[in-house]
Design a protein around this ligand. Sequence first.
Ligand SMILES: [Fe+2]
Ligand SMILES: [Fe+2]
Length: 225
Amino acid sequence: MFSNSHNMSWFSGRKMSWANLHSLAFGFGSAVDSREYHTRFHSYRVSEIATAMTRVLGVEKEERDEIHLGAHLHDIGKVHIADEVLQKKGPFTENDCWEMQQHPEAGYRIVKRSGMPRVVLNIVRHHHERYDGMGYPDGLEGKSIPREARILAIADTLDAMASGRAHCDAVPLDLAFTEIEMCSGTQLDPHMIEVILAVNRGFLERLFKRGQDSHVLADEAVFYA
Ligand SMILES: [Fe+2]
Ligand SMILES: [Fe+2]
């Protein structure tokens, strides 16, 4: 048996590699997603879409990697949501909505305690802010929403539409993009909509097709780094 202090010195004496950190983030994100059938591998697909967007934007590698990690972890706060709410097909009560809307702040507390960089914290806390200021938890508006969270809002919305949810079937990419464009300036940042439209369409088609196959995803998680 070892003491806590022994355990802590073992941990702090080693710097975690990017591959290990990425695998952990992938694992935590997938664990949360797997609690509800329709969100299986949601965070994986969001991380791939977000990274494709950061490449279009020309984001530097270090920040691109941080955004990728944040995307894997963006819904980590859902660990606090009860199964009865998370797996509900609807209709949702006011209380259900309130409980669901706590996950960005709950997730923020988790990643803050684990010493994640600011970019990851911003993604976890602000991915449900809206461009018109009507989102949560802080009601931030326009460019005051951190850029990484505006990227996530697009990736999150696209995945919800293109892979489907308990209360709505998956829609083809063209229709998903039409609906995203209808949210320009209200829910979503118009500039980030231009960015997602510039992402290679074949890549997105393959991602949503492949996203149903857990074996392929598990292999990719190993080889990604
Ligand atoms: Fe990843
Ligand atoms: Fe979320």
